[in-house]
Design a protein around this ligand. Structure first.
Ligand code: NAI
Ligand code: MG
Length: 513
């Protein structure tokens, strides 16, 4: 057992339930149920599934395993709430007040939520507190500003289809209806928020299916939704497996819009299932986002930026900077710097506040990541840092940096979704634009440079939904987020997320009649 493994094991043992807050101990102590019509109910089948702490592989909670029968009940509840309830009659300003009240409650319980997220996902409790929970609050507050601002338009008509008649044209916005949301495990509370907050702001009702790996903070959010006083049926949660509960939600004829975050493979299944009743669809899928360091970049800043672009959240980030392209004259310096930082990272459980890299979310994810790492090594890439899984009880993989890669390797082409970066040098802007765009994905990119003209020249060539300059992984509630190409359809956050939950209705009035 090497020193790193020993340290991880000691830390994992130390990660005891005694360190868990009273509120979380209570929450984990009882089997968690589904939220339907503001009531906590067991799955119809009576089945439950285990939730594990990724840092120790221990079972920490039991959660109801909903399936198609429970999805039916949840969609019916959401339908009733949408068609005929206090929710649909509620004034926009009262909807705003409810959304703010929910944000207040999340803020009140922020420490508990962060700890629960760290325990469930494996991520650092510091990140959970200062990124996941903090950003979730900001998104709820930002979305609370929208209900009172969903204005229509008066349309200046110039058609002359029917002579002698005169028309006034108006365009109104109305909520789409029932929104089904299926989310991934990398930012559980945050993704639940990204989906539910714009839908509720728009006046829709929601059925949420959290990822089976990380259902806990969504269920805590459900408790806060009830406490905040949302009318029954407005926000429902069915925990369960993808191929059963998830598939039933995506195919359900009572759902008007489906919004999904996860793999491109499942994204395709969602799109097919949605075709049955022509649901509106938003899908936010994988990525293989380039970090591009130009020849005039501040090298130290670029090294720190490229390192956190890939290793933040153990690389389990859809927009992670997983391909690193460096101007040839800085390549060796930058790679030495990134490798050094990777080797120095302290690996350990999320609840240890000194950990810099936590476990991956599941044993399956660790296997998936190690399959890629081993393929890379077999294909002839060179690991200048990392390259191994740790034999600790948790699902740890060393932060790994590959050089000597070529574009045909699977580690360069495919999303790994772990702490693994591949790096190549480049010679000019044309060359790096070509190589950066040589991907089926197009979620994000970052450019590191001091030259504003190069920013504009390169950014306009990149096929990516977000281009960061001298930063990476920066998200804001006001800034739309989503992908070109196979990274998805539609956008999360900002005005676009709210409008994707609204229908447009044209009203044409004959005023000559
Ligand atoms: P996944 O796409 O299978 O799971 C995401 C969600 O979809 C979960 O809630 C799951 O229960 C649900 N789901 C699975 N099968 C379904 C089906 N047939 N119908 C409806 N819903 C279904 O992702 P998974 O297996 O956890 O991870 C696999 C890979 O996907 C990762 O290695 C990564 O490359 C990518 N991924 C990308 C994410 C992103 O943020 N873009 C997030 C998570 C995973
Ligand atoms: Mg899957």
């Amino acid at each position: 057992m090497n020193t790193a493994t020993k340290a991880v094991r000691a830390a994992a043992l130390e990660n005891d339930l005694t360190r868990i807050s009273g509120a979380n101990a209570r929450f984990l102590g009882a089997a968690r149920r589904l939220l339907i019509d503001n009531a906590w109910v067991e799955a119809r089948s009576g089945r439950t599934f285990d939730v594990r702490d990724p840092s120790s592989d221990r079972v920490i909670a039991h959660v109801a395993e909903g399936d198609a029968a429970d999805i039916d009940l949840a969609v019916d509840a959401a339908r009733r709430a949408f068609d005929d309830s206090d929710w649909s009659r509620m004034k926009p300003v009262d909807r705003e007040r409810l959304l703010h009240r929910l944000a207040d409650l999340i803020e009140r319980d922020a420490d508990d939520l962060a700890q629960l997220e760290a325990l469930d996902n494996g991520k650092s409790v510091i990140i959970a507190r200062h990124v996941d929970v903090k950003h979730a609050v900001e998104v709820w507050r930002y979305m609370a500003g929208w209900p009172t601002k969903l204005e229509g338009q008066t349309l200046p008509l110039s058609g002359s289809l029917v002579p002698g008649q005169e028309y006034v044209g108006l365009s109104q916005r109305e909520p789409i209806g029932v929104v089904g949301a299926i989310i991934a495990w990398n930012f559980p509370l945050l993704l639940a928020t990204w989906k539910a907050a714009p839908a509720l702001a728009a006046g829709c009702t929601v059925v949420l299916k959290p990822a089976e790996e990380t259902p806990l903070t969504a269920l805590r959010l459900g408790e806060l939704v009830v406490e905040a006083g949302f009318p029954k049926g407005v926000f429902n949660i069915v925990t369960g497996m993808g191929p059963t509960a998830g598939a039933a939600l995506a195919a359900h004829a009572g759902v008007d819009k489906i919004t999904f975050t996860g793999s491109t493979e499942v994204g395709r299944l969602i799109v097919r299932a949605a075709a049955g009743n022509m649901k509106k669809v938003t899908v936010e899928l994988g990525g293989k986002s380039p970090t591009i360091v130009l020849d005039d970049a501040k090298v130290d800043q670029a090294i720190a930026g490229a390192t956190s672009a890939i290793f933040f959240n153990q690389g389990q980030v859809c927009c992670a900077g997983s391909r690193l392209y460096v101007a040839r004259r800085h390549f060796d310096t930058v790679m030495e710097g990134v490798a050094e930082q990777a080797k120095a990272m302290k690996i350990g459980p999320g609840l240890d506040t000194t950990s810099q890299l936590g476990p991956l979310v599941s044993a399956t994810q660790r296997e998936r990541v190690m399959k890629y790492v081993n393929e890379g090594l077999t294909d002839g890439a060179r690991a200048i840092a990392g390259g191994r899984a740790l034999s600790a009880p948790g699902y740890y993989v060393e932060p790994t940096v590959f050089t000597d890669v070529v574009e045909s390797m699977s580690i360069v082409r495919e999303e790994i979704f772990g702490p693994v970066v591949v790096a190549q040098p480049f010679d000019d802007l044309e060359a790096v634009a070509r190589i950066a765009n040589n991907s089926i994905y197009g979620l994000a990119a970052s450019i590191w440079t001091a030259d504003v003209s190069k920013v504009f020249r390169l950014a306009s060539k990149l096929k990516a939904g977000t281009v960061w300059v001298n930063c990476h992984n920066v998200l804001d509630p006001a800034m739309p987020f989503g992908g070109y190409k196979q990274s998805g359809w539609g956008r999360e956050l900002g005005r676009e997320a709210v409008y994707s939950c609204l229908e447009s209705k044209s009203l044409c009035i004959n005023i000559a009649a």
